[in-house]
Design a binder for this molecule. Structure first.
Ligand SMILES: Cc1ncc(C[n+]2csc(CCOP(=O)(O)OP(=O)(O)O)c2C)c(N)n1
Ligand SMILES: [Mg+2]
Length: 353
């Protein structure tokens, strides 16, 4: 069955939201504010996240990680948007369960991530009292309270309202899936944000599936971004497999959100792995669909692009992977050897008296 998605070859519009400041192209032909060093830095992050993600999956099969949702295929969307947020310096993040790249790049080490998925002492979000990487990572300006689909949207809008009342110019980035967009809570969040012109960027990582339910069974639409019109703010389709386009769209959206209110960015991505480690997607995905999608693997295409532009060499690509693998091995060993949290810390991070 053909997937009801824009074809990857179709160039997505990266129109600037009305009123957003134009940016200058840099010498390297990159969007304004972006340097080749940024690209190399974020390519390294992408490689690291991919290796960590693959390792978590392997550890699940060894019985050491109870459950995980992979971000493989979503990395460019997550890292491109995060790069724009990092450069802005005044953004707050509400990711969802598939956002390992967002959470890691916001400031976690590979070891912290491994501690988290193995449920060990030192887990940064809840000291292993919650699902992995759920709770809050306030030093890195991240909140993800739960896995309840779409719950983060209303929470993020409330956060943006508070920031507006405090006048601190924060822009909130909230991430969610196409399935989450079918929840009533998404409507409430977007409507409220539109009415109050809150500084929120709604980032939908549209992978075309809510577990096993394809997009056409969720909505009679090709582009979820078109829904933004119903809330009185702009919506854009972005190629979520291209880090630079995700950066550029988010960069413009941040200035629009700060000056004029919400933006919806629909980043079209592909989910390379089953929904979670508990799922078997062979039961519902057409044969060959994942193999086809993997031809646009952002880890591969970004390396090719950097080499093609003469920014790094093929040898450096190999060195980056080797270095990351050593770090992931060390992180795995350290987390494996760590202890679960002790009973004395039972109430820490889950209850404030
Ligand atoms: C309120 C609620 N309903 C149902 C679920 C079960 N559930 C977990 S993930 C998921 C699908 C979400 O799909 P999508 O939003 O597209 O995100 P994706 O996993 O594809 O990234 C569902 C239905 C849940 N966690 N919360
Ligand atoms: Mg989905």
């Amino acid at each position: 069955m053909a997937r009801p998605r824009s074809t990857p070859t179709k160039k997505p519009p990266t129109k600037r939201p009305a009123g957003a400041k134009p940016v200058q192209d840099s010498a390297a032909g990159l969007p304004g504010g972006l340097t080749t060093d940024d690209l190399v830095d974020y390519y390294k992050k992408m490689v690291m996240v991919r290796l960590v993600d693959e390792r978590i999956w392997a550890l699940n099969r060894q019985g050491k990680v109870p459950i995980a949702a992979s971000c493989q295929g979503h990395e460019a969307a997550q890292l491109g948007s995060l790069l724009a947020a990092e450069k802005d310096g005044n953004c707050f993040l509400f990711p969802y369960y598939r956002d390992l790249a967002v959470k890691m790049s916001a400031g976690l080490t590979a070891e912290q991530v491994m501690l988290s998925f193995m449920g060990k002492e030192g887990e940064p979000y809840s000291n292993a009292r919650q699902f992995p990487l759920q709770g809050a990572d306030l030093p890195n300006k991240v909140i993800q309270i739960s896995n309840v689909v779409a719950a983060g949207l209303t929470q993020s809008v409330g956060y943006a309202l508070a920031c507006t009342m405090l006048g601190d110019h924060t822009v909130v980035l909230v991430y969610f899936g196409d399935g989450a967009s079918s929840q009533g809570e998404t409507h409430e969040a977007m409507n409220f944000a539109g009415v109050h012109r809150l500084p929120v960027i709604f980032i939908c990582e549209n992978n075309g599936y809510a577990i096993s339910v394809p997009q056409r069974r969720q909505m009679n639409l090709d582009d979820l971004a078109s829904r933004a019109a119903g809330y009185g703010f702009p919506g854009f389709v972005v190629d979520g497999m291209d880090l630079v386009q995700c950066y550029e769209a988010t960069h413009h959206a941040i200035s629009h959100a700060r000056q004029q209110g919400p933006v919806l960015l629909e980043m079209k991505v592909d989910r390379f792995m089953p929904h979670t480690t508990d799922d078997d997607d062979r039961r519902y995905r057409p044969k060959g669909e994942v193999e086809e999608a993997r031809k646009r693997d952002p880890v591969v295409t970004m390396a090719e692009d950097l080499v093609h532009r003469g920014i790094i060499t093929r040898k450096q690509v190999e060195e980056i992977a080797a270095l990351a693998l050593r770090e992931v091995d060390a992180a795995t060993d350290a987390a494996d050897a760590a202890s679960p949290p002790g009973a004395s810390s039972l109430h820490e991070m889950v209850y404030v008296p």
